[in-house]
Design a protein around this ligand. Structure first.
Ligand SMILES: Cc1cc2nc3c(=O)[nH]c(=O)nc-3n(C[C@H](O)[C@H](O)[C@H](O)COP(=O)(O)O)c2cc1C
Length: 199
């Protein structure tokens, strides 16, 4: 397999988080700062964030708004970060808002990894409840809740979650995602003859 940066290779979305870990202000700000520097069309920056650290009322309310399958494990993470997309501004749609929010959250994830933390994004939550909790402005919609914390051993988890935690990460082969390589329809390129992508 072609080598990729260790941050990308090592990153996972764990479910086991250390309930004794506290997210310091400076580290939390670093995560949001990393997100802030994401690119966006016309530099519109159509992202908003809400931070709720474990022990706060907002954290408890957000945890209650997660779907049951997420609530089982996400409470031990040090913080829940809600990522919201500004889908319209001044009555006009921002079609790329979710795409750009995703870029910002990806940068947050890389920053977290370099700080020795892990993140796990969740789309499984009551969107209307979270919108209301945060009094999100018109046109701004919650997209993911991101659990952030220090990863803990899998044996803290109940057996079914432990099995999922220990399963190897997988992706379909690149050939199934890449449609065209230069002038060639990708699947027609024999695996061995395919040039390595430029670094
Ligand atoms: C938009 C989005 C929504 C997701 N929603 C959930 C979720 O509700 N619950 C969950 O356990 N994982 C959720 N995930 C995490 C994915 O399941 C995970 O990224 C995927 O299985 C690949 O695993 P990896 O991140 O460890 O490589 C979500 C990820 C994304 C990007």
């Amino acid at each position: 397999m072609t080598e990729i940066h260790s941050v990308l290779a090592e990153r996972t979305s764990p479910r086991s988080f250390d309930p004794a870990h506290t997210l310091l202000d400076a580290v939390a700000l670093g995560l949001l700062e990393a997100a802030r520097w994401a690119p966006s069309a016309m530099n519109r920056q159509p992202w908003r964030f809400a931070l709720a650290r474990r022990g706060t009322r907002l954290h408890a309310a957000l945890l209650a708004a997660l779907h049951e399958g997420n609530r089982r494990w996400a409470g031990d993470a040090s913080a829940l970060v809600v990522a919201l997309a500004e889908r319209s501004r001044d009555g006009r749609p921002i079609g790329s808002a979710d795409y750009e929010l995703g870029l910002a959250v990806a940068q947050l994830g890389v920053q977290a990894h370099t700080a020795g933390l892990a993140v796990h994004q969740m789309g499984g939550f009551d969107h209307a409840a979270v919108r209301d909790l945060l009094a999100a402005p018109e046109g701004v919609e919650p997209v993911v809740v991101v659990a952030v914390g220090r990863q803990a051993p899998a044996d803290r988890l109940p057996p079914d979650l432990r099995t999922r935690e220990l399963a190897p990460r997988g992706r379909r082969p690149l050939a199934e995602s890449l449609l065209v390589w230069d002038d060639t329809v990708w699947p027609a390129v024999p695996e061995a003859a395919a040039p390595a992508p430029a670094a």
